[in-house]
Design a protein around this ligand. Structure first.
Ligand SMILES: NC(=O)c1ccc[n+]([C@@H]2O[C@H](COP(=O)([O-])OP(=O)(O)OC[C@H]3O[C@@H](n4cnc5c(N)ncnc54)[C@H](O)[C@@H]3O)[C@@H](O)[C@H]2O)c1
Length: 309
């Protein structure tokens, strides 16, 4: 029987039943900041040809220095063999324009957390890559469906949410947008495993699993600090020793970047409601340029500390 659709109506796309994996040899990472350089590191170590792109040349230079140090440290600590480190580093190529990453099988976007920018980038990826290239974003909270909507391949768009610092953190949160296919999910899960990650899958919803819970904990800690309930050190200590968190909320916020934290909270506040309203103190720190470790100062002062990769 042929189903007739009213003029203008399209049949709903059924989920892709084929589960065979797509071939991924080359991964392009867009944005060479805190996350992009870490993703490039695990990608190269996982055996992928890796193209790292950033609009700022100095970020690419810093990222390559960071990667060299991280590989050296990995070798010193016995986590990576000297040969594997050397071969991985040789697999990384840096470029200054998205167009130069056109041969990638998988693009992982790690530019700043700004929906307009990410939609613009997805439009460019759609134009410059092959039609079968998977387009992933490392967004911590934004809608992948919105980014996918600008492309001609929403079934190939997906969230690959890595954690900071990428080489050390075990989790990859794989985010299924409205039209992400099973094949795209299965392929990205396999890529994640080759990068040494444990994978969880979550249906798209603001903040996914981790950012949603973590934003609330971090925001509550700022509210407690602001109202003088306890010092930052004691709040961190209480969560570490009393609740068995490996890091305190301020230590973690400083590591992630307080600006990143604030933009996640603003988005959750807009989409999920009042309980996510950012603490005024957090906003003040960001306005003062105290963005965390990357700025030398956040809740804590790192200016005398030698920062490790
Ligand atoms: N920082 C974290 O702990 C963390 C954790 C998980 C996910 N994320 C997400 O990862 C993404 C990146 O965060 P980050 O902390 O690495 O940010 P970052 O500010 O450290 O780095 C962003 C990089 O993107 C570059 N960039 C800006 N515009 C660009 C463009 N048009 N094309 C290419 N590169 C461009 C910048 O020059 C910069 O080097 C965000 O979506 C963030 O929410 C961050």
């Amino acid at each position: 029987m042929t189903i007739k659709f009213k003029e203008g109506l399209q049949p709903l796309k059924l989920p892709d039943e084929r589960n065979e994996l797509m071939t991924v040899n080359t991964i392009a990472v867009i944005g060479a900041g805190t996350m992009g350089r870490g993703i490039a590191y695990v990608s190269a170590l996982g055996g992928y040809e890796t193209v790292l792109e950033d609009v700022r040349r100095e970020m690419l230079d810093q990222a390559m220095d960071w990667m060299k140090k991280a590989f050296d440290q990995g070798v010193e600590r016995g986590k990576v063999s000297a040969d594997d480190a050397k071969n991985a580093l040789a697999r990384v190529r840096t470029v200054g324009r998205v167009e130069e990453a056109a041969d990638a099988d998988l693009v992982i976007e790690a530019a700043p957390e700004d929906i307009e920018l990410k939609i613009e980038l997805f439009g460019m990826f759609d134009k410059f890559t092959r039609a079968e290239t998977i387009l992933a974003t490392n967004t911590s909270s934004l809608s992948i469906t919105e980014m996918a909507a600008i492309t001609q391949r929403p079934e190939l768009c997906v969230g690959m949410h890595f954690f900071n610092p990428v080489p050390k953190m075990k989790l990859l949160e794989l985010v299924r947008a409205l039209e992400t296919s099973e094949q795209t999910l299965a392929t990205c899960a396999e890529v994640g495993r080759r990068m040494g990650k444990e994978v969880v899958t979550v249906r798209e919803s603001p903040g996914f699993i981790t950012s949603r819970v973590n934003a609330l904990i971090g925001n509550e800690a700022f509210t407690m600090l602001e109202t003088g309930i306890a010092s930052a050190e004691d709040i961190d200590k209480a969560l570490k020793l009393g609740l068995n968190h490996p890091m305190g909320p301020f230590e973690l916020g400083d590591l992630v970047g307080l600006d990143v934290r604030l933009s996640i909270l603003e988005y959750l506040h807009r989409t999920l409601g009042e309980k996510y309203r950012p603490s005024p103190l957090l906003r003040q720190y960001v306005n003062a340029g105290r963005l965390g470790r990357k700025a030398g100062r956040g809740v804590y002062d790192y200016r005398k500390e030698k920062l490790e990769p």
